[in-house]
Write a protein that binds this ligand. Structure first.
Ligand code: PLP
Length: 398
């Protein structure tokens, strides 16, 4: 077994070896500028064309012209939202959900400061979206609806096809943040209601620093980065050629392997989930009754702090994460779990385990063996008053 047991794949993933192999020539001998007229450059340009086709294949897009490359998922989200809002300046209403990734959540808050009216759609206690609330919030002033496909913290999947049909029936543009989806759910933008969709290569065994935005043909998207003519005038700047080539390769591998990968991820995730629920009294799965990504387990341990659990997991080389943010020395509970109204005694104690095709049964068994001891150790400390406190008032000072 490796020194590190990596269960943090919703944060980032290992680069697949064939992806690295495909990229290497573009970091060494094939360094031409893809916009150059000479053959040395146009050869590199052809590599971008191929990657665009590979990414279109992953998305189920008809036409690779609908794929533009970006530098990451955050850029894709910002480009889609800002570019669409700029294109209809007379409309001042934006709809999103209360559980988005900061790339959309933070932008929504920024838009509010700029005078936009933002509707933050709520979720139920399993993290599920209410489509009636979406329907009721659409107005003639709505410029764009942006909804995530699957939640990065809980893995809860939103019904984006149904949501999109509701939005499109009112003629409103529809953006989907699908950054957590490739490799876990098959994408098919061709027939559905999605106008714009964001993905990011490092979430599916591609390199960091490259993403893609699907823009349906006919959607007038204002460029976010203005300057050169690259990406059909939609994003200026010399392309990250090696990164894009790597993303193309990762997209092809992901599209090819998805049925087997889904099954493997579900089996391993469920094995871990069952083991922890039975060995750790007071544990609950956040979003456990909703449709979820096959690789994600968000499990909360009553009266404990997720950060303390992570520190002890790290002693065994197990990498996981929490959705909490550390601000001014205080651990802020995740906005996603707060939106789900997770009861206070579980709010601070959530840990996210997110698996990938590189995880094994042995790793899951090792973690399932060690975690109950970690929880027991922290409960011992908790009894001494070091961790946890009265119900509803976790002790931040501990
Ligand atoms: N959207 C979601 C749902 C994500 O999970 C992430 C990253 O975790 C992003 C957007 C941002 O992607 P990137 O890290 O490539 O900017």
């Amino acid at each position: 077994m490796a020194d590190v047991i990596y269960f943090d794949n919703n944060a980032t993933t290992r680069v697949a070896p064939p992806v690295y192999e495909a990229m290497a020539p573009y970091l060494k001998e094939l360094y031409g500028n893809p916009s150059s007229i000479h053959g040395f450059g146009t050869r590199v340009g052809r590599a971008l064309d191929r990657a665009r086709k590979q990414v279109a294949g992953l998305l189920g897009a008809d036409d690779e012209v609908e794929v533009m490359f970006t530098s990451c998922g955050s850029e894709g989200d910002n480009t889609a939202i800002r570019g669409m809002l700029e294109g209809s300046p007379d409309k001042r209403h934006f709809i999103t959900t209360s559980v988005e990734h900061p790339a959309v959540h933070g932008l929504g808050q920024h838009l509010e400061k700029k005078g936009y009216r933002v509707t933050w759609l709520g979720v139920d206690d399993e993290g599920r979206l209410d489509l009636d609330e979406l329907r009721d919030s659409l107005t003639d002033d709505t410029a764009l609806v942006s909804i995530m496909y699957a939640n990065n913290e809980t893995g809860v999947v939103f019904p984006v096809q149904e949501a999109g049909e509701i939005v499109k029936a009112r003629g409103i543009p529809f953006h989907v943040d699908a950054v957590q989806v490739p490799g876990k759910i098959a994408l098919d933008v061709k027939t559905g209601p999605i106008d714009l969709l964001t993905i990011s290569a490092h979430k599916f065994h591609g390199p960091k620093g490259v993403g893609a935005l699907y823009v349906r043909r006919g959607i007038a998207l204002r460029p976010f980065i203005i300057g050169g003519h690259q990406e059909r005038n939609r994003r200026a700047g010399t392309e990250n050629v090696a990164g894009i080539v790597g993303m193309g390769e990762a997209a092809e591998l992901t599209a090819r392997d998805i049925p087997a990968e889904r099954e493997q991820l579900t089996t391993l995730r469920d094995q871990l989930e069952r083991a922890l629920l039975s060995a750790c009294p007071g544990a609950r799965v956040n979003g456990g009754r909703a449709e979820r990504l096959p690789n994600t387990l968000n499990i909360a341990f009553e009266y404990l702090e997720g950060e303390s659990i992570l520190v002890l997991l790290d002693e065994f080389g197990i990498c996981a994460s929490t959705g909490s943010a550390c601000t001014a020395g205080l651990v802020e509970p995740s906005h996603v779990l707060r939106a789900m109204k997770v009861p206070p005694r579980w709010l601070q104690g959530a840990v996210r385990f997110s698996l990938s095709r590189y995880n094994t049964r042995e790793e899951v068994a090792f973690a399932a063996d060690k975690i109950p001891g970690i929880i027991g150790r922290l409960r011992g400390l908790s009894a001494l008053g070091r961790v946890g406190a009265k119900e509803g008032q976790p002790d931040h000072a501990s």
